[in-house]
Design a protein. Structure first.
Length: 480
């Protein structure tokens, strides 16, 4: 019998082997994913931390805040340190060791009442004055960033550093000391987790993630972007400003100004000639300017790589998976529908503690009303104006005022430009409507804080826009 030999194609064999390896690799990855990211809501254990899949972020790992039910570690020899904000000293005398378990944090009131949309993602932005070798520090910037993944909108809420709250396991203190206490007393999850618990207990808001950085991280991020354009709506002057970068006289006049990292940091930190509320407003403006620049440069998809470049000065509980998901979500957000809010003097009560410290007591009723509005879905400018789709032109004898107004209106979703012809500075502002665009005109008057009587109608088939806003001497861009 003759033997029959089959011709072997080496390229075909190699392709089959590679295909099999690829198939088994994918199967292994799927099995691993199912183990690490189970579809059920059960809690998995990773080392000493607990994670759950109930985060509203594409079924990714979410560190679950762990209520502290143990006792604090005994303070190091030498006594308990005093945490004192430099500008307004407050003696802090924590108990070095608790004799009873800390109280269980209260339920998240806002979330339980359905005020926070279930798909919202809450990220806490923390800015500290911690420096190398420093034994204590404050968290001078607390901004809650909420992302509505369904509506593709974003909001920013400033929490004042002097808000006098109950810090779990510590007692009544300024909220800006919680980070340090969490570190000093080895709170589970450290300082950031203690701040999360503090916010949830006092404001009823669950915080999913945090991003924390010092002053230099802030500066570096802006310099990596190549500088930012900030809409400075209110003048700011401070003659003797000192920081890690030297001495300066700050003189910011209204207008859209280009700032490098150090300049933007000084603009965001200055407070001696204004107050904490105004500083929080300026900090939100700088963050929006950073977002604008990152969007313009198409850097949002590269956020994970940028983070790696700055990982030595930024701390976060966002992992690579979460960062990739956030980068994707960031490209879809409607940045012309931004809510910028603050817990300010309208929702707090000034108070002097028995130790003589000036703090802010939260007005629960007014803060609750603020949070209801803050977390409510952003509407499309109440829809009569949205349907008009008016083209708006801003003109003024003060070009800086025109640029500021146009920037602010764009953030509210208006179709606006400030490239109109040069015009003398009018004594009184006017809103001229060409055609049936009255709903938009009324909203423009309300947003720019112009008298409704400034609205006038006209007919001109050659008009460059549906509505022309001429800002006069009576217009004040500074809307603190």
């Amino acid at each position: 019998m003759r033997a029959h030999f089959i011709s072997v194609n080496p390229k075909l064999i190699r392709a089959l082997i590679l295909a099999n390896v690829a198939v088994y690799s994918i199967a292994a990855l799927l099995v691993g994913y199912n183990y690490w990211f189970p579809a059920s809501q059960q809690t998995q254990t990773f080392g000493a931390e607990r994670y759950t899949n109930d985060a509203p972020l594409i079924a990714i790992r979410l560190p679950t805040p762990t209520p502290f039910v143990g006792t604090f570690a005994t303070a190091p020899a030498g006594g308990v340190p005093t945490v004192a904000p430099l500008e307004t000293p407050i003696p802090v005398t924590p108990v070095p060791k608790l004799t009873a378990p800390a109280p269980t944090p209260k339920a998240a009131v806002v979330r339980d009442q359905g005020l926070v949309p279930p798909t919202n993602l809450n990220i806490l932005l923390l800015g500290t004055d911690q420096r190398a070798g420093q034994s204590n520090w404050r968290t001078d910037t607390l901004i809650l960033l909420t992302i509505n993944q369904e509506a593709k909108t974003v909001g920013m809420l400033t929490i004042p550093r002097d808000l006098y709250v109950n810090i779990p396991g510590v007692g009544k203190q300024r909220i800006n000391t919680a980070d340090f206490y969490g570190y000093y007393y080895h709170y589970p999850g450290g300082g950031p987790n203690l701040i999360k618990q503090t916010i949830e207990q006092n404001l009823g808001i669950r915080v999913h993630y945090f991003v924390r950085g010092g002053f230099d991280a802030f500066r570096r991020a802006i310099d990596i972007l190549g500088g930012i354009d900030v809409d400075v709506d209110c003048p700011l002057y401070e003659q003797d400003f000192y920081d890690d970068y030297g001495h300066a006289t700050l003189n910011f006049q209204p207008g859209v100004q280009t700032m490098d990292g150090v300049t933007a940091l000084r603009y965001a930190r200055s407070r001696y000639t204004t107050n904490d509320y105004d500083r929080g407003r300026r900090q939100r403006k700088v963050i929006l300017a950073m977002w604008d620049k990152a969007t313009m440069l198409d850097l949002l998809p590269k956020w994970p790589e940028l983070y790696q470049e700055m990982s030595d000065s930024i701390q976060t509980d966002l992992g690579p998976t979460e960062m990739a998901a956030l980068a994707y979500i960031g490209t879809q957000l409607k940045m012309d529908k931004i809510k910028s809010r603050a817990i300010d003097n309208r929702s707090t009560i000034p108070y002097v503690t028995p130790e003589g410290a000036q703090v802010l007591l939260p007005n629960a009723e007014k803060i609750h009303a603020l949070l209801v509005e803050f977390f409510a879905p952003v509407t499309d400018q109440a829809d009569a104006a949205s349907k008009e789709n008016a083209k708006i032109q801003i003109v003024s004898g003060n070009p800086q005022a025109a640029a500021l107004a146009a920037t602010a209106l764009k953030r509210q979703g208006f179709n606006v430009s400030a490239d109109g012809p040069a015009t003398p500075l009018a004594a009184v502002s006017a809103i001229t409507v060409y055609g049936a665009k009255t709903a938009t005109a009324q909203q423009l008057a309300a947003f720019l804080r112009l008298d409704p009587s400034s609205i006038q109608t006209a007919t001109d088939s050659n008009a460059d826009a549906d509505i022309v806003v001429n800002l006069g001497r009576d217009y004040n861009a500074c809307q603190r």
